[in-house]
Write a protein that binds this ligand. Structure first.
Ligand code: GAL
Length: 376
């Protein structure tokens, strides 16, 4: 009798433990289905046929910084809390120093989108050539027939070579700039605003560092990246296949020093959360708004509230995920970088909240259940 009672109590405890909602704990260790730390930094998520696919930078134990020795790691989940290791979606190339994605290159912030017309999955990422620091400032593209890969690398470019931005005034196209201006002087800032770096990179193509992708409701895809020495964001339209640029692009907040762009659409407005430029160290996020992807973008405010709002809760934006099937449900995804041991970088995911005027904002939560979106 007594042992039956103990069994019953044990069963009830076990059952209630198993019914606990799975939660998201920003900044904690997040294991995958094998109990291994999820390794997908600077990532983004694609929802496809009932599952979320998380792509991010695979880091190596004990290595500093951002060199890529493995490639882009992919995980899948139906509920945003249980993640299955789907392996390496894009591998860096071993034993071929000629390849632009040879091991030891810098391959950052991969994002994947699905092209309805071609049926292909298209991955873009920030690429720096091996042993060249952050000088190349290229964007690379790879495609696959299967969401989890393997992805085939196509090429890497400095976008929009030989083309002026759509919003660039005609009178500035023939302007010449002195190359002796003192950095950060008022004259220098004015010159940057007037497109000094757009001119400098006109023939070769523009710089493309921190990046993200966005597919609008009409199927048009955009590539958003830090350009002009990280001083100005560029938003470029992608072609029908999503594998190249149409040449239509705009400059966003010239000299605004925005990087780590993450974008979403809500109630007919486009919102972007960015960071300032302080390398691996966190800084205050910025919220921008526009009536269309192609501008005009305006700065609203720091979207973070509460303790550590000036440091984006010790993290830097990477993506904003619309929760599938919900109208007002978005997850802000960010990285808490650990440059001394990059693999130990942590993931900060927070639900996007909206104030009474419909403006998005973020508050720290130690733990939260994605089930909160079921009510939305
Ligand atoms: C950050 C950037 C990261 C990485 C890092 C290197 O500002 O967002 O993706 O490039 O700089 O210092």
């Amino acid at each position: 009798m007594k042992s039956n009672l103990i069994c019953l109590v044990a069963f009830v405890l076990f059952a209630s433990f198993n019914n606990q909602p799975k939660t998201i704990k920003p900044g904690e260790i997040w294991p995958d289905n094998n109990g291994v730390l999820i390794n997908a930094h600077g990532g983004g998520i694609l929802f496809h046929e009932g599952k979320y696919y998380w792509f991010g930078e695979h880091k190596i134990e004990g290595k500093k910084g951002n060199q890529a020795w493995v490639g882009v790691h992919c995980y899948s989940s139906k509920n945003l809390t249980d993640w299955k290791d789907e392996g390496i979606a894009l591998e860096v190339v071993k034993n071929n120093p000629e390849s632009e994605i040879t091991e030891g290159c810098v391959l950052e912030r991969p994002k994947v989108i699905y092209n309805q017309k071609t049926g292909k999955f298209v991955m873009w990422f920030h690429l720096e050539l091996k042993d060249q620091g952050y000088n190349a400032a290229k964007t690379g593209v790879a495609v696959s027939d299967k969401v989890t890969g393997p992805y085939t690398f196509l090429n890497a470019v400095n976008p929009n070579a030989g083309i002026w931005p759509l919003d660039y005034p005609d009178e500035l196209k023939s302007k010449s700039f002195s190359d002796t201006l003192k950095g950060w002087s008022d004259e220098w800032k004015k010159a940057v605003k007037d497109g000094m770096f757009v001119h400098r990179d006109f023939k070769k193509g523009q710089m493309a560092r921190d990046m993200t992708l966005f597919v609008d409701e009409d199927g048009t895809a955009y590539h958003i990246h830090a350009s002009e020495e990280n001083l100005t964001l560029h938003i470029s339209e992608l072609n029908d296949k999503y594998t190249g640029f149409t040449g239509k692009y705009i400059r966003v907040l010239p000299t605004g020093h925005n990087e780590a762009p993450a974008i979403f659409k809500h109630n007919g407005k486009y919102y972007m959360i960015t960071s300032g430029c302080t390398g691996w160290d966190p800084n205050a996020a910025r919220l921008l708004v526009s009536d269309s992807v192609m501008g005009n973008w305006e700065y609203i405010e720091n979207p973070c509230f509460g303790d550590d709002k000036e440091l984006t809760f010790h993290s830097q934006s990477t993506y904003i995920l619309p929760v599938e099937g919900k109208k007002n449900a978005f997850i802000f995804m960010a990285d808490r970088w650990k440059p001394e041991n990059a693999i130990d970088g942590r993931y900060i995911w927070l639900p996007v909240k909206f104030n009474e005027n419909g403006i998005p904002y973020l508050e720290w939560m130690d733990e939260w259940d994605p089930g909160i979106f079921d009510k939305m």
